[in-house]
Write a protein that binds this ligand. Structure first.
Ligand code: PEP
Ligand code: MN
Length: 337
């Protein structure tokens, strides 16, 4: 285990940390650098809870030497990664907004909604052309025709595009139309797909698996990074728990955890996380307050007749009002939106 101390750690704090480690039976190897002190705690204790140490004053980070993710971790890169996607920067001070329908349904629909998205000040249009549906009888998406329509609607409104790639043999086609590949929750551990996305040179948004731990999620990013693609970011979209008053359980705490563990940006998707439109604005506000680098929100102007996820889609007016509220929250925490 490696303990990286805070630059400002006092001698008394260092002594206390060493005393704790020795108390747990570790041998200590202290290395005092010009910038900061690092303590190596030597001893094999597979079940040791590192929080016993990370909670102590003067400790900045505690790493198990066996941490399985290397490139995605803060130990590999201390500063935040800022992903440049054309003229949009994700991971910097400005919070990036992604909005659009769950699925591209028709030319009219995507052009109408792209206009709403652009007018609200968002930068990226979302929309599924290949849909991962729980039932084979549900709408499966418009396919390439949907990609074409979304690209055209985005271009007309000066927006970028994010859309889901469900399988390896779709990468080449989707690459022609999108600016960002969306890796869906159900594919977070599709390792062959992760490896192929690692070979592309477009940003990949990795949605959290339905029952994935944060470490498993980090490992999915690691797959892509290890293939050579450095532009990876996370999207918290809720996880499966015992709760059924919400579609999923929005794990807000994943935002600060990812920021602590990784240099990669993280955005939040309160739409899939809650599944009901009245719960989306409060969770969107909370995500911005918690430090999300961006949000992805589903909108629709005729949600009763939407071909997928109508109940969680915000109406354009509600969405525009929410954007105003989010701007105020961003300012309150020293960011812009
Ligand atoms: C989506 O964003 O369209 C989607 C299907 O989300 P998820 O993979 O998080 O369920
Ligand atoms: Mn959806």
């Amino acid at each position: 285990m490696v303990i990286i101390l805070d630059r400002k750690a006092t001698e008394a704090q260092v002594e206390n940390i060493v005393k704790h480690l020795e108390g747990f039976g570790f041998q200590i190897h202290k290395s005092v650098g010009a910038e900061r002190t690092i303590i190596g705690a030597i001893g094999v204790k597979p079940n040791f809870d590192t929080r016993n140490i990370s909670i102590l004053d003067g400790v900045e980070e505690v790493y198990r030497v066996t941490t399985p993710y290397k490139l995605a971790g803060r130990s590999f890169q201390e500063h935040d990664t800022v992903i440049k996607i054309k003229d949009v920067e994700l991971g910097g001070n400005k919070i990036v907004m992604i909005a659009g329908p769950c699925s591209v349904e028709s030319e009219d629909q995507i052009f109408r909604l792209a206009k709403v998205v652009a007018k609200s000040g968002a930068q990226i249009l979302r929309g599924g052309a290949f849909k991962p549906r729980t039932s084979p009888y549900s709408f499966q998406g418009m396919g390439e025709e949907g990609l074409k329509l979304m690209r055209a609607a985005a271009d007309e409104n000066n927006l970028l595009v994010v859309t889901e790639v469900m399988q390896m043999d779709q990468i080449e086609l989707i690459d022609q139309y999108t600016d960002i590949f969306q890796l869906g929750a159900r594919n977070m551990q599709n390792f062959s797909l992760l490896k192929e996305l690692g070979k592309t040179n477009k940003p990949v948004m990795v949605k959290r698996g339905i029952a994935a731990t944060i470490e498993e999620w980090l490992m999915s990013a690691e797959y892509i990074l290890s293939g050579g693609n450095k532009d990876v970011f996370f999207c918290e979209r809720g996880i499966r728990t015992f709760e059924n008053y919400t579609r999923n359980t929005f794990d807000l705490s994943a935002i600060p955890v990812i920021h602590k563990k990784s240099h990669l940006p993280i955005i939040a998707d309160p739409s899939h996380a809650t599944g009901l439109r009245d719960q989306v604005p409060p969770m969107a506000r909370a995500a911005v307050a918690a430090g999300a680098d961006g949000l992805m929100i589903e909108i629709h102007d005729d949600p009763e007749n939407a071909l997928s996820d109508g109940p969680q889609a915000l109406l354009p007016d509600t969405y525009s009002k929410l954007m105003e509220e989010l701007r105020l929250i961003a300012i309150a925490i020293g960011r812009t939106l």
